[in-house]
Design a protein around this ligand. Structure first.
Ligand SMILES: Nc1nc2c(c(=O)[nH]1)N(C=O)[C@@H](CNc1ccc(C(=O)N[C@@H](CCC(=O)O)C(=O)O)cc1)CN2
Ligand SMILES: Nc1nc2c(ncn2[C@@H]2O[C@H](COP(=O)(O)OP(=O)(O)OP(=O)(O)O)[C@@H](O)[C@H]2O)c(=O)[nH]1
Ligand SMILES: [Mg+2]
Length: 466
C-alpha cells in the first residue's frame, strides 16, 4: 500500500457535470502509461513533449481501438511539478462518462487509483512542501469565507513553517550551547551565562504562548463557528435563520412545533464562517417525532460554540422560556428578543435578569436588528482588538488547526521543565533533554518528526484527486 514507486491516477475535478474535467496521473510511469491511451492526429507522443506543454489529441482505448474523448493533455516532468514526480493531466470534457472511461483505461494500463490526498502527500514526502503546508491545501478547498481562505493561503506559502523553523533554530542553538558544557565537565557554567539561557527560553516561551492564544479565534476561521438557534416553539427561530441567511431556508408557520430536524447552513459574518443550526422548539410533548427533535435541540446546545436563545417579545415570558435559558447556562449565549415589531408594552426581561447575557432586539420578519445581532455574534467570537484581516496583513501568525496548538503546547511544557531544571541547578543534561523534546514537538507541525499515524489522519481527510 502507498508505494512511492506506483503511478497514481484520479479524477481531480468534482463529480458531476462541468465544462472540463481533469484526470491526473503522477509517478515514474505517468508519461508512458498516458502515451498508451493517447492518440494525436499529428502523430505526437507525450514522451517527446517538452515539460509543461499542452498537446491536443484523443483518449483511445488501445484494446477496443476506439476513441473515448477529445482532450488536451498537459505533460509536466519531474522535479518541477506538484508532486515532484512526472505529472500528466488529461483535460477531458467534463462529464462523468469520459472521465470514468479514461480513468478505467489508465488503471488497466498500469496506474493505481490514488488514495485521498495522495498527490499532496507525495508533494510532502518528496520534500516540495512541509506538513503544515500540505494541511493548508485542504483548508483552502474547505474555506467558507475569504478571510479563512487568506489564512490558509498564508499557511500554504509557508508563513507558519518559517516561524516554527526559526524557533526551532534558536532552540537548537541553545541546546548546543548547553551541551557544550556537558561535553567538557571541567568547565563550570557561569551563572551569568545561565541567566542568558533562561532569558532566551523565556522569550521563546512568550512567542509560543502568543501563537497558542491565536488559536482561540483562528480555529473559528478554519472550522466555522457552530451556532445553535434555540428557544421554545414559535418564537421565530426558523424565521431568524432565514433572516440571517437572507433566503427561505427553513419552513416557517404559525403552528408551534414546525421544525423537527436540525437545519444547517453557512453564513459569512465579516469573514467569520458561521455554521448555523435551526432547531426544534424546546417543550414537553408526547409527539414522538417532536420528542426526538427536542432531544436533538439539546444536543445541538451541547455541541455549539455559541447559542442564540430566542424569546418572543410579543408575549410575556413563561416557564418554558426560563427552562430554555436554564439549559444554556454554561454556554456563550446571546439572548435574541424577536418580534420587536409587535413587542408587547408589558414585555419584561426581569424574570431572567439573574441570568445576565448580552441581549439583542430583532424582528426576523422585518429584518430589523439583524446587523446588530451579527455584530454581537462577531464580538462574542473575536474578542481581540485585532481583526483577522488586520493580523494577516501585519504578518502575525494565526494558527487555525488543533494539531498545531497541541504540538506547541507540548513544546511549551517541555520548555517550562527545562527552565525549571536550570533554575534549580539540576544537571544540564536534563535541561538539554527537555529542550530536545520541545524541538521534536515543534517538528511535528512541519513534519520533520512524524509518524505514519499522523500522516494517515491528515491525508485521509482530503478528497480523492488532491
Ligand atoms: N491543472 C491544475 N491546476 C491546479 C493545480 C494542479 O495540480 N493542476 N493545483 C494543485 O493543487 C493548484 C496549483 N498548485 C500547484 C503548486 C505547485 C505546482 C508546481 O508544479 N510546483 C513546482 C514548479 C514551480 C515553478 O514552476 O516555479 C515546484 O514547486 O517545484 C503546481 C501547481 C491549483 N490549480
Ligand atoms: N410579527 C412577527 N412575527 C414573527 C417574527 N418572527 C417570526 N414570526 C412569526 O412567528 C411564527 C413562528 O415562526 P417560526 O420561525 O416558525 O418559529 P419557530 O421558533 O421556528 O417555531 P418552531 O419551529 O415551531 O419551534 C410565524 O407565524 C412567523 O411568521 C417577527 O419578527 N415578527
Ligand atoms: Mg422552526
Amino acid at each position: 500500500m502507498n508505494h512511492l514507486e506506483d503511478t497514481i491516477v484520479a479524477i481531480s475535478t468534482p463529480i458531476g457535470e462541468g465544462g472540463i474535467g481533469i484526470v491526473r496521473l503522477s509517478g515514474k510511469d505517468a508519461i508512458p502509461i498516458a502515451d498508451k491511451v493517447f492518440f494525436s492526429p499529428k502523430g505526437k507522443k507525450l514522451r517527446d513533449a517538452k515539460s509543461h506543454t499542452i498537446i491536443y489529441g484523443f483518449v483511445i482505448d488501445p484494446i477496443e481501438n476506439n476513441r473515448i474523448d477529445e482532450v488536451i493533455v498537459t505533460v509536466m516532468k519531474a522535479p518541477k511539478t506538484y508532486t515532484r514526480e512526472d505529472v500528466v493531466e488529461i483535460n477531458c470534457h467534463g462529464g462523468m462518462l469520459p472521465l470514468h472511461a479514461t480513468m478505467r483505461i489508465l488503471l488497466r494500463e498500469g496506474a493505481r487509483l490514488a488514495e485521498p490526498g495522495e498527490f499532496t502527500k507525495r508533494a510532502f514526502l518528496n520534500g516540495r512542501i512541509d506538513l503544515s503546508q500540505a494541511e493548508a491545501v485542504i483548508d483552502i478547498i474547505r474555506a467558507k469565507t475569504e478571510t479563512a481562505e487568506r489564512l490558509a493561503l498564508k499557511q500554504l506559502e509557508g508563513k507558519l513553517s518559517s516561524r516554527i523553523t526559526d524557533i526551532r533554530d534558536k532552540l537548537v542553538e541553545l541546546c548546543m550551547h548547553i551541551e557544550a558544557y556537558i561535553d567538557f565537565p571541567e568547565e563550570e557554567i557561569e551563572s551569568l551565562e545561565k541567566q542568558d539561557i533562561i532569558n532566551s527560553i523565556d522569550m521563546i516561551k512568550g512567542n509560543l504562548s502568543n501563537i497558542i492564544r491565536s488559536y482561540d479565534e483562528g480555529k473559528f476561521f478554519r472550522e466555522g463557528v457552530s451556532t445553535a438557534i434555540v428557544g421554545k416553539p414559535n418564537v421565530g427561530k426558523s424565521s431568524l435563520l432565514n433572516a440571517l441567511l437572507q433566503k427561505d431556508r427553513a419552513i416557517v408557520t404559525e403552528i408551534p412545533g414546525t421544525t423537527r430536524d436540525i437545519i444547517e447552513d453557512y453564513v459569512n459574518i465579516k469573514g467569520l464562517p458561521l455554521r448555523i443550526m435551526d432547531t426544534a422548539g424546546i417543550r414537553e410533548t408526547h409527539d414522538l417525532a417532536e420528542i426526538e427533535g427536542v432531544r436533538r435541540s439539546l444536543k445541538a446546545i451541547d455541541g455549539a460554540d455559541i447559542v442564540l436563545a430566542v424569546l418572543d417579545a410579543s408575549r410575556q415570558l413563561d416557564k418554558a422560556d426560563k427552562e430554555v435559558i436554564d439549559k444554556v447556562k454554561g454556554k456563550k449565549t446571546i439572548i435574541v428578543i424577536n418580534k420587536s415589531d409587535i413587542e408587547s408594552p408589558t414585555f419584561d426581561l426581569e424574570p431572567l435578569s439573574f441570568n445576565l447575557k448580552p441581549c439583542v432586539r430583532v424582528s426576523a420578519l422585518k429584518g430589523d436588528g439583524i446587523d446588530d445581532l451579527k455584530d454581537a455574534i462577531y464580538s462574542m467570537c473575536i474578542t481581540s482588538s485585532k481583526a483577522a484581516d488586520a493580523a494577516i496583513d501585519a504578518e502575525d501568525i494565526i494558527i487555525t488547526n488543533i494539531r498545531h496548538r497541541q504540538a506547541i503546547e507540548k513544546a511549551l511544557k517541555s520548555l517550562y521543565n527545562a527552565e525549571d531544571i536550570l533554575k534549580r541547578n539540576e544537571p544540564l543534561e536534563i535541561a538539554a533533554i527537555f529542550i530536545r523534546e520541545s524541538l521534536d514537538s515543534l517538528g511535528e507541525i512541519v513534519g520533520v518528526v512524524t509518524t505514519e499515524d499522523i500522516l494517515n489522519k491528515i491525508f485521509n481527510e482530503f478528497c480523492i484527486g488532491k
